[in-house]
Design a protein around this ligand. Structure first.
Ligand code: UDP
Ligand code: MG
Length: 330
């Protein structure tokens, strides 16, 4: 890199049906970064939107040299859209931010200055959640508690994907080729020097959240199964416990019958035991299935995503990521 060139910072923005908020988002971000002494590249990933998100991004690109477009071939989900952005980002540091203005772009200068202080991962941690239901808040809280307990990875609570990553942190993430990506966990997994910056989270500016409870549940399952095998162990011990209980009860029954005879046919106890055992077995098989299904998906080794169209920003072209050779084709 030529020495009088300013450092390049990439801002990676996954967007799925965000036509309503993107212009406002772009305007805000462009305003925030205009004053900063860096070159910028804003990488929009259109994650198979069914609205005019792609058109909006292309329009932004006409008027702003900093815009990079990655148009994925279909909807792959946020985690993968994000991975596509990280692999294409050319910056010396990469900011990850949601398109819906829930992550305040005003925080970007602070993230950058902590990165300059030598941190590899500086994540934005929310202090409050306005405009989110009590149910979502409590389930989110529970999820972080549980995953903290049962996996060895410390995932900071109340933290989204909004953060800045140093080049070596991005390079590390780009070497991961697993299909089930729980980004928050992966961000924590890489380690290095990490730091939190605090802010207040606003309600979504426009458009709708793409996360219903079914999606969140699956997200939680991915988070847990990709970071810990504790549920497998739990089912083992649950099985052992049930078997030991049944064995003890069997001995008791034999002795009981020998001493007192068997005046009452044991239908109720029988049916209870059968049902409990059946239930426990089904749960254990289900847990096995969750892992097995993921192993199945990983063994197929399909590309993570396919790109329909890739238009790098004039600002960033020629300044390819240092490890472009190690990133995945796609
Ligand atoms: N997103 C995406 N693909 C999806 C779903 C969401 O790229 O399949 C993007 C979305 O456009 C937004 C970010 O991921 O920029 C966060 O999505 P959302 O606001 O719906 O999630 P929440 O803020 O409720 O966690
Ligand atoms: Mg949101």
């Amino acid at each position: 890199m030529n020495t009088d060139q300013r450092q390049l910072i990439s801002i990676v923005v996954p967007a799925f049906n965000e036509e309503a908020v993107l212009p406002k988002f772009h305007q805000t971000v462009a305003g925030v970064i205009a004053e900063l002494p860096f070159d910028f590249e804003i990488v929009y990933i259109n994650d198979g939107s069914s609205d005019n998100t792609l058109g909006v991004i292309k329009e932004l690109r006409e008027s702003d040299k900093q815009v990079t477009l990655i148009d994925l071939s279909r909807n792959f989900g946020k985690e993968i859209a994000l991975s596509a952005g990280l692999q294409k980002a050319a910056g010396d540091a990469v900011v990850v931010i949601d398109a819906d203005l829930q992550d305040p772009p005003e925080l970007i200068p602070e993230l950058i200055s902590e990165w300059q202080n030598g941190y590899d991962v500086v994540y934005a941690q929310r202090t409050h959640r306005k405009g989110e239901s009590l149910l979502k808040r409590t389930t989110a809280h529970f999820f972080y508690r549980i995953i903290q307990r049962i996996s060895k990875i410390e995932i900071p609570e109340d933290t989204g994907d909004f953060r800045i990553l140093s080049r070596r942190a991005v390079n590390a993430l780009n070497t991961f080729d697993e299909q089930h990506r729980f980004m928050k966990g992966l961000f924590a997994w890489i380690g290095y020097r990490q730091k939190a910056v605090h802010y207040q989270r606003d309600p979504r500016h426009a458009g709708e959240t793409k996360w219903n409870y079914w999606r969140l549940w699956n997200f939680a399952l991915d988070g847990i199964t990709s970071f810990t095998i504790a549920p497998l162990k739990i089912s083992t011990y649950l099985g052992l416990l049930t078997a030991a209980g049944a064995f003890a009860y069997g001995i008791y029954m034999v002795i009981d019958t020998l001493i007192y005879g068997n005046p009452v046919p044991g239908y109720p106890s029988l049916i209870v035991i059968v049902l409990i055992l059946g239930g426990v077995q089904l749960v254990a098989i289900g847990i096995l299935g969750e892992y097995l299904g993921r192993i199945f998906n990983e063994t197929k080794r399909r590309p993570l995503y396919l790109i329909n169209e890739y238009l790098p920003s004039p600002e960033a072209s020629g300044r390819q990521a240092a490890d472009a050779s190690t990133s995945q084709p796609g």
